[in-house]
Design a protein around this ligand. Structure first.
Ligand code: PLP
Length: 386
């Protein structure tokens, strides 16, 4: 199986697995315990915290470990809303992951107001549009760093500067960017940043919210007071240790595992364009992550294409795999103004730390083959192959 669905999840790095294993066995202690077993566990926890902090160039005390990107997003939004007694206004975008948009909708049910800013046709939200959406009681702006479906990078730097002038906190869902490209919070102050380990070679079910000192945040999980009282619950120690190793490897190697992917992705897209199958490549003219390609082909159903390619030994996804099982067209493409017939053809190809050029080349030929087959079978009356 050639795996090109890294925006859904990546394989665990073997170095992360090796570091995790002792924490399932001899180093099984609870990091909060005072005895030597607890101290060994605590040492693993704090080493990982420093590695994650280094990824963002911040002090380790700013890292709150969570159960993943979803919890980090929920904590930021609900935590800020609670700190403001569920009063006021939130600005976000129409292209966020549901881990952001759903809690914001929930806060609206609790009495807050929200504005969802639309992107342009390239899938990029304009910084000025965010500023225009601000209201006198805006308590939070939440915008992703890189979109999970198109890879489009959002102007977080520009937005951050505008908000800093107005003293409005910014939350950035950096799940698709962190660990793959630098995000230096020393240079670019952001109040809350969400990260997830499994998108860049760490294990699933672990992530973090990086919180600026003194930024308002009310804990949402109450209990034993772990994570400096900001997220109670015994930490997922093996997971956190694996997260730390993946973070360390990303910063030690200067993201080398990722910077090489753009050339492979671009070669693939060029070959697809030359094949003359009518490919639409979304966000191709926007700044975007080098590992992601969002494609659609006329008269081809995306789900069908994914299944055909799966049978041929290639894993990609239609739409965003984290909300898989859904058949509605992508909300991201809809917000970009893509016609729904074309959006039905949407597939996402995403490369990762272990992707090799020959895998992408083999995949590209198989993709073109399958698209041609499906287009030749398409019923012109229906417009889409069945
Ligand atoms: N935010 C974005 C942009 C994502 O792509 C994802 C997962 O795909 C998440 C949040 C959720 O992260 P997790 O799977 O760690 O809960």
């Amino acid at each position: 199986m050639i795996y090109l669905d890294h925006n859904a999840t990546s394989k665990l790095r073997p170095e992360a697995l090796a570091a995790m294993l002792p924490f399932f066995s001899e180093k099984f202690g609870n990091p909060s315990a005072a005895h030597s077993g607890g101290r060994a566990a605590k040492e693993g926890l704090e080493r990982a915290r420093r590695a994650v902090a280094k990824l963002f160039n911040v002090h380790f005390s700013r890292v709150i470990f969570t159960s993943g990107g979803t919890e980090a997003d929920n904590l930021a939004i609900q935590g800020v809303a609670a700190a403001n007694d569920y009063q006021g206004h939130i600005v976000t975008t129409a292209i966020e992951h549901p881990a952001v948009s759903e809690p914001i909708k929930q806060m609206v049910k609790q009495g807050m107001r929200a504005t969802f800013v639309e992107p342009d046709a390239h899938g990029v939200v304009n910084a000025e549009a965010i500023v225009t959406a601000l209201q006198p009681d805006t308590k939070l702006v939440s915008i992703m760093a890189a979109n999970n479906e198109t890879g489009a990078l959002q102007p977080i730097e520009e937005i951050g500067a505008q908000l800093a002038e107005r003293n409005i906190p910014l939350h950035v869902d950096a799940v698709q960017m962190a660990g793959k490209a630098p995000l230096d919070l020393e240079r670019l102050p952001i109040a809350y940043v969400s990260v997830s380990a499994h998108k860049f070679g760490g294990p699933q079910g672990v992530g973090a919210l990086i919180v600026e000192k003194n930024a308002p945040l009310r804990a949402q999980l109450l209990g034993g007071g772990q994570e400096r009282r900001r997220r109670s619950g015994t930490e997922n120690l093996p997971g956190i240790v694996g997260f730390g190793v993946a973070a360390q490897m990303a910063s030690d190697n200067d993201y080398a595992a990722y910077t090489r992917l753009e050339a492979m992705r671009d070669a693939m897209e060029q070959r697809i364009r030359h094949a003359q199958v009518g490919a639409a490549i979304f966000s191709a003219d926007a700044p975007r992550m080098g590992n992601t390609s969002a494609l659609a082909f006329p008269q081809v159903n995306g789900e069908t294409l994914v299944i055909k390619l799966d049978l041929a030994g290639f894993a990609i996804s239609s739409g965003s795999a984290c909300s898989s099982g859904k058949t509605e067209p992508s909300h991201v493409l809809r917000a970009m103004g893509v016609a729904s017939e074309l959006a039905q053809g949407f597939v996402r190809v995403s490369l990762g730390w272990d992707t090799q050029p020959d895998q992408v080349e083999r995949f590209t030929e198989a993709l073109i083959d399958q698209v041609k087959q499906l287009q030749s079978m398409a019923d012109p009356a229906l417009g889409v192959a069945v």
